[in-house]
Design a protein around this ligand. Structure first.
Ligand SMILES: [Zn+2]
Length: 198
């Protein structure tokens, strides 16, 4: 059955969003059609405004509508600590952990399968930040997968050469996890990253 062209267009657009399959796209589109016109207009408007006004902070890569961003302007932060993440969305997650240092987001997907040359990753803004600020420690906070592993090693070697202390997030068992069901890589990393209890 053919749907009305504008409805079909809306479903097609929604389906392009991550995690949205055809059924969900249809449900969302029908929900939007039932919205008061004003609300639908506000939704459309907020998508346009966010897309046009929000950009990665030129200093740290966090998504912002001001330059420098809120995090870079926050003088209460520990300026000697710098946490490097792959994506600015990781900053939102790390903020919830209570970390109060600075950040640097690469904002560039890295996938071993894509055959991307690590040398293509532009580290110049990071180097400039390291030259400008008195950073005592760089924390590498990449995903605990093969891509994150490769990226960590590459960055660790490059930063270590400059005499900077480089650490990385501990890998291991998730809180509430079950040793019995942990995969062997997680268990090996948990054993390697063990800490003295007292
Ligand atoms: Zn910033």
């Amino acid at each position: 059955m053919r749907l009305a062209r504008p409805l079909e267009n809306l479903i097609d657009r929604l389906q392009k969003l991550p995690g949205i399959g055809p059924k969900t796209a249809q449900r969302l589109a029908l929900f939007i059609l039932k919205m008061p016109v004003d609300e639908a207009r506000q939704l459309a408007q907020s998508i346009i405004v966010a897309r046009e006004k929000v950009f990665p902070c030129p200093h740290c890569g966090f998504l912002t509508d001001e330059n420098p961003c809120l995090i870079c302007r926050d003088t209460s932060r520990d300026r000697s600590l710098l946490c490097v993440v792959a994506d600015s969305s990781d900053i939102i997650a790390l903020e919830r952990s209570g970390y109060r240092g600075q950040y640097y987001a690469l904002n560039r997907g890295f996938n071993l399968m894509d055959d991307i040359d690590l040398g293509d990753i532009n580290l110049q803004p990071l180097q400039q930040l390291l030259a400008r600020e008195k950073i005592n420690e760089v924390i590498l906070a990449f995903n605990p997968d093969m891509d994150g592993e490769v990226l960590s090693r590459y960055m660790a070697v490059s930063l270590h050469r400059q005499g900077i202390k480089v650490t990385r997030l501990a890998h291991g068992l998730p809180v509430g996890g079950d040793i019995e069901f942990a995969d062997e890589i997680t268990l090996r990393m948990a054993i390697e990253g063990r800490k003295e209890c007292i």
